[in-house]
Write a protein that binds this ligand. Sequence first.
Ligand code: ATP
Length: 351
Amino acid sequence: MTAIETSGLTKQYGELTAVDDLDLTVDEGEVFGFLGPNGAGKSTTINMLLDFTRPTAGSATVLGYDAQAEADSISPRVGILPEGFDVYPRLSGRRHIEFAIETKDAADDPDEIVDRVGLSPEDAARPAGDYSKGMRQRLATGMALVGDPDLLIMDEPSSGLDPHGIREMQDLVRTEAERGTTVFFSSHILEHVETVCDRVGVLNEGELVAVDTIEGLREEIGGGATMTLTLAGPADEHRTVATTVEGITDVAASGRTLECSVTDSVAKAGVVTALADAGATIRDVRIEEVSLESLFTVLTNGDADEVTDGLGTKTEAGRADADVAETETTDTDVAETETADGGGIEGEVAR
Ligand SMILES: Nc1ncnc2c1ncn2[C@@H]1O[C@H](COP(=O)(O)OP(=O)(O)OP(=O)(O)O)[C@@H](O)[C@H]1O
């Protein structure tokens, strides 16, 4: 069964089409990131799934029930973390959870929920008005988890959180997903969903512009990655071998460094194997993925050149031009590690 399925779902506010002919499927057990810039239509979609707003056209099912005709069957099985959740300042965190248990007529143990969302018993006894933003989000998540929902809908759960709070929220999402809960997680920041989502859907001006894994999105728009390999000897001798690997589109040799443009992630391992088979000794491997920020810009502005231009392009000073958000080192048997020069991981992320 699908957890969420929409067909031609549309919401019109006067002249404005907030959600435009949305066809979306989220499978049971999936962690799905629903992405889009401010005003893209994410909350409106969620509101239609929960029957808070009626669609102008189209239909939706949630957990197999019609979102409008059978909303009463859906609500007991869905946990909601609404955008901009606010606490009752004088009530303790535990009391909030108890309140949710009473409202849902559930049989949960409030202390177990408090513990599950990482609040200590001491914190749970304090007035929620004293909580940090991260603690409030934990509390709101705890309230959403009451009744052991099959589907957890989180509207911008990371908004206003610092990096530590964002990581905590991601851990919570992962933990719930491991328990088998489907999670539908909206955000306007791609980085916030990357580590937790199985797939993402990108909404722009009410239209779904992409649905894929993050890796798939990168490959689809040709963003790929730049792979820099430092060899023990002159790189030029091995340049041709690297060019024969499928998914490597361009190879530049300089000194002991080979720089490969990768369009298929499988090619990353392929080039290491091909070079090793050809007798090259690899001392260091660095991979610079196209930044999620620029990927998102492409998807929501439609300018594919921004990604390919920004990737791995070096300035005269040897810094990456932009767009390098992450660097990871592949797991190779590297006898000694040397720093590849000009790697440019300090390059600024384009805004
Ligand atoms: N009740 C309403 N009446 C009129 N316009 C609305 C209403 N609700 C939303 N809109 C408009 O619909 C569009 C989509 O809004 P929505 O809140 O769904 O976007 P969003 O992707 O959730 O944005 P954000 O990330 O800022 O929360 C926006 O242009 C918004 O102004």
